[in-house]
Design a binder for this molecule. Sequence first.
Ligand code: AP5
Ligand code: ZN
Length: 217
Amino acid sequence: MRLVLVGPPGAGKGTQAEFIAANFGIPKISTGDIFRANVSGGTELGRMAKKYMDAGDLVPDEVTNAMVRDRLAEPDAADGFLLDGFPRNVAQAEVLNGMLDELGSPLSVVLDLEVDFEEVVKRLSGRRTCKKCGHVWHLEFDPPSTGGVCDKCGGELYQRDDDQPGTVRRRLEVYADQTAPLIDFYRNEDRLVAIDALGAVEDVTERAIAALTPFAD
Ligand code: AP5
Ligand code: ZN
């Protein structure tokens, strides 16, 4: 299955991506995670991307597209993948279509996680991420049993720099202006499936898997 997840910041793309990718046996490719790994690794790409991420803006397309092209060429992506956070505007979607045309393997489906903006603000303000294993927690909705420590691996939890209120506002504007048009783009291509992403994490996972199963090879 070649799958794209779309939805506003905080919709639960990263949370659901873990379960969906495991269910269908495909690698999860998150451009946000790759950028953050480069930021913490102090690479040149990380230094460049951090300026845009901290402002809540998109990293320039040519940088992001090249990074995704390289990642999709890795052997584990040959039989399918889940893209989380890419494409993020219509230009990136067109580049992705071009890359997949070259490989003769078009996207199977695009899953849109629908949530209102009030809910995403709550989800982002309480989000905490594990420094060691990357697992995403929420102080209120999915709290770790000991504050500040990951239950899965004992790693330290941190709040993302771009989850500050001013940056969240800008990310939501960027979503509305640049990313939301992808919904119509993929609807016109007849690839879009939307689910309600409100409610318990397990219920959303169940809805996602039910919606995607008809597209599995
Ligand atoms: P990225 O990392 O992709 O951020 P995002 O799209 O803003 O999405 P988030 O990671 O904030 O949210 P999510 O939907 O994954 O939600 P999560 O599962 O964590 O991108 C960051 C930056 O990188 C961008 O701003 C940009 O600068 C750059 N970038 C990335 N890709 C790019 C691209 N293609 N082009 C250009 N630039 C790019 O959930 C949120 C919280 O809610 C968590 O605490 C979670 O525990 C909780 N939660 C999840 N589900 C539920 C539920 N059902 N009920 C209650 N709480 C829930
Ligand atoms: Zn952890």
